[in-house]
Design a binder for this molecule. Structure first.
Ligand code: PLP
Length: 361
């Protein structure tokens, strides 16, 4: 039943809106009176094509994506984008600027080294990735093939609040904060995101790409790893992840029903504030990882000043029904992921639990 829903703070895959799951359940064995599940329909059928095209159209409207951008659906997760980007846009002797703000940007950089000469244009590694570099600290090369950033650092809990105006195309991994707030798409050459946080189940990767980049792309690469294969075939060159695209469409309808991205952003701020306040008002019983001005509204990272108490906190939280509060295996500590679909009441329950735990100890 719906009141058995967990307090789900998983970092990804993460919580989906209950209404979306219920719609999927209702439609599971007989989609749109076809007598078939959406998973059983041909990807060339008119029923599926409508789902597919509507998902693209909804995303275009929500973000006001201009006509000179294509929206495509790929597979391979955000991780395959780490390779596809340099494979398509970097020449062997070409440079690309990478800004390091955490493990995911390091992984993107490592893949680029296989294809060309990426340059670290800024890094906050020496500061344990506690903050996002200031825009005037970026050592950007105007002649670079592109500039790569990670807009939200899922593991460290930091998030870019404003984006640099770059001469080279700005490429952004938005896996963990896509659809969390309005953004000006015009600032970007390419945006990518694995679906499994704010967009739906894992299995589909969304890419928004400015059309002029396609003309400059390398051509001697595998068909399935070319962006143009997807833009030229409306993401239907081969069998797409049909169920994932259907679920993405339902999540986009849900975002619309919430009032769009402005409303979603305000909601996310209110949710995150509950938990950040519990940290800030704890007299350093809880210690946030991120510097305040770089704090993520999607992943709230913190430790307990006392290591033994931290273990107890995580154990008692688990006992109380909170899921996914352990920090990433590479950094430890605690992390509450408060993506779009995590309800306010769930965040309130965690903030209350944190205050009560502190009072007890
Ligand atoms: N980039 C960011 C910011 C992430 O948070 C993640 C994953 O969890 C990834 C990339 C990797 O995504 P995927 O598992 O879809 O390859």
């Amino acid at each position: 039943s719906t009141n058995q829903r967990a307090f789900n703070f998983n970092a990804g895959p993460s919580a989906l809106p209950l209404g979306v799951l219920q719609t999927a359940q209702e439609q599971l064995v007989n989609f749109n009176n076809t007598g078939m599940s959406i998973m059983e329909l041909s990807h060339r059928s008119k029923d599926f094509e409508q789902v597919h095209n509507e998902a693209i159209a909804r995303l275009r409207t929500l973000y006001a994506v201009p006509d000179n951008y294509e929206i495509i659906f790929l597979q391979g997760g955000a991780s395959l984008q780490f390779s596809m980007i340099p494979m398509n846009f970097l020449q062997q002797d070409g440079q690309a600027d990478y800004i390091l703000t955490g493990v995911w940007s390091e992984k993107a950089l490592a893949e680029a080294k296989l294809f060309g000469t990426p340059v670290v244009a800024a890094s906050t590694k020496d500061h344990h990735y506690k903050h996002i570099p200031a825009i005037d600290e970026l050592n950007l090369n105007d002649a670079a093939a592109y500039v790569h950033i990670t807009t939200n650092n899922t593991i460290y809990g930091t998030q870019w609040k404003e984006f640099p105006a770059t001469t080279a195309p700005l490429i952004a991994d938005m896996s963990s904060d896509i659809l969390s707030t309005p953004i000006d798409i015009n600032k970007f050459g390419l945006i990518y995101a694995g679906a499994q946080k704010n967009l739906g189940p894992s299995g589909v990767t969304v890419v928004i790409i400015r059309k002029d980049l396609l003309d400059k792309a390398n051509t001697h690469i595998p068909t399935m790893l070319k962006y143009s294969t997807f833009t030229e075939n409306n993401s239907l060159y081969n069998t797409p992840p049909t169920f994932g695209i259907y679920m993405l469409g339902e999540v986009l309808k849900w975002v619309e029903a919430q009032g769009g991205l402005e409303k979603i952003a305000a909601h996310n701020e209110a949710k995150a504030k509950l938990i950040y306040d519990a940290i800030d008002e704890s007299n350093s019983f809880y210690v946030g990882h991120a510097d305040k001005e770089s704090r993520s509204l999607m992943n709230i990272t913190f430790r307990l000043a006392d290591e033994e108490l931290e273990k107890q906190f995580l154990a008692e939280a688990k006992e109380a029904g909170f899921v996914g509060l352990n920090g990433h295996r590479s950094v430890g500590g605690c992390r509450a992921s408060t993506y779009n679909a995590v309800p306010y009441a769930t965040c309130k329950a965690l903030a209350d639990f944190m205050v009560q735990f502190q009072a007890k100890h």
